[in-house]
Design a protein around this ligand. Sequence first.
Ligand code: SAH
Ligand code: SF4
Ligand code: F3S
Length: 453
Amino acid sequence: MADTKSDTKAEVKKLFVKTYGCQMNVYDSERMVEALGGSGYVEVSSPEEADMILLNTCHIREKAAEKVYSDLGRFKDIKLANPNLKVGVAGCVAQAEGEEIIRRQPMVDLVVGSQAYHRLPELEAKVGNGVTAVDTDFPEVDKFTAMPNRPKARRAPAAFLTVQEGCDKFCAFCVVPYTRGAEVSRPADRVLREAQDLVERGVREITLLGQNVNAYHGQATGGSKDTWGLAQLIRKLAEVDGLERIRFTTSHPNDMEDDLIAAHGDCAKLMPYLHLPVQSGSNKILKAMNRKHTAEQYIELMKRMRAARPDMALSGDFIVGFPGETEQDFEDTMALVREVKYASAYSFKYSPRPGTPAAEKDGKMVDHAVAMDRLHRLQALISEQQYAFQESMVGRDVSVLFEKKGRQEGQMIGKSEYLHAVHASVEGVNIGDIRRVRITQSKTNSLEGQLID
Ligand code: SAH
Ligand code: SF4
Ligand code: F3S
C-alpha cells in the first residue's frame, strides 16, 4: 500500500451517503459530507464505487428502521468484493440501537449517534480491518460549532438550516425525544452567520429546521443574556440582504405564539406555508397521545393563521390506528380535516416504537385491516383537498424561485411560495431568480405557467 503520509497530494476517497427520514437528516448528511471532506472524501452517487458507505437513518416508524437493515443486506456483496470498504450507520437508528447494529449486521464498522457526528472523521480514521467504533454520546459541546467550516462551494438556491434540535414534548408514540435528546437552540449569532454564508454562496431561500422549531429560544445577538423566540429570529434573518424567502418546519401547536402568527402577516419574506401536525381530531386520542391540546384549539389556531395571512397554505401530520382509536375517533379526525382544508398533509399508520409510553402501555391495538382502511380513507380525503388547492392556482399569479433546468429545452422548474413545483418556459432567467409567473395548467404533481413581464 502507498504511504499516504509521504504523498504530497491527498488521497481522494469516495463516499456514498444514503439519507432516510426528515429534513434534519438531509441537513445533517450535508454536514457529515463536509466533515469527511477534511479526511479526503468526495461524495459519489453509487455505493459500488465507494470507499465508504454512510447511512443516515430514521427510527420514527418500524418500516423506516427496518429499511436500514435490508439496505445493509444489499450492500453485503459490495463489502465482500471490497474488504477495505468502510460502512457507517449514523442518525436516529444509530442513536437508538447503538452497538446492537453491529451485533445484527457485523459488516458495519462504525455507529455514530445524531449528536456525536462532529467526531465522525476521528471515528472513520480508526475503524476498518475488524476494528469498530460506536459513539452515541450526547456531548456538551455544540456539534455545529465543533464541525469544520463549510467549504465555500456554490449552493443550490434553497437550503436547510438547523436552528433547534431535540424535543421535550414526549408525545406518547414518538421516539424523537430519545433519539435527538432535549430541546437545544443555537444562538442567533451563529444562525445569522450561517445564513449569511449560505446567501454568499447563492442561497435565496432558507428553511429553518427543528424537531420543534417554533419552540426556538436561542441566545439573542451580540452576547446578550436575552433569548429570542422564532419570530424574533425570523425578523432578524429577514434583514439579511439577498435572502428572499424564509420557511420553517416542524412546529407544535402549543408553541405557536402570537408574535409568530403575526409575522406571517407582516414579514414579507416569511412564506405563506405552515406545516403544523395535529395527529388526530379526537380529544380522547389527543389526550392519550399526550399532545396537550384539543382539536378545537388546533382549529382555532389554523383560523388565526388564515386571519393573519388569508392565502396561507396549511399542512399537517396524522396518525391513524393509535391504540384505543374507535370509528368515532377516526371520524373526528376526518371532520377536522374537512374543517381545516389542507394544502397538503401526511398520514401514517401507528407504529409501536420500543421505549415509547404508548408501546409500553399495552393499549388496545387497532386491528391492522381496520387501521389500513382508515388510512386509505384519510389519504383519499387529503388527496382531494391537495388536488383542489393545486387546481385553485390556475389563473393566479405566483412568485417562483427557479431551482433547476427542466427536461424540455428552455424550460425551468422552481417552487412557488406555496411549495408547488412550477414549470415555465423562460428566457433570460437564471437559477436562483425569483419571478412572477401566471399559472396556466395544473398537472399531476406540478403546475405549469408563463412568465409575467
Ligand atoms: N417533530 C415533528 C415530527 C416528528 S415525526 C412534530 O412534532 O411534528 C413526523 C411525523 O411522524 C409525526 O408528526 C407523526 O405524524 C409521525 N409519527 C411519529 N411517530 C410515529 C409512530 N410511532 N407511528 C406512526 N407515525 C408516527
Ligand atoms: Fe415527537 Fe411529539 Fe416531539 Fe413531535 S412534538 S418530535 S411528535 S414527541
Ligand atoms: Fe426520523 Fe430522526 Fe428525523 S427518527 S424523522 S430522522 S428526527
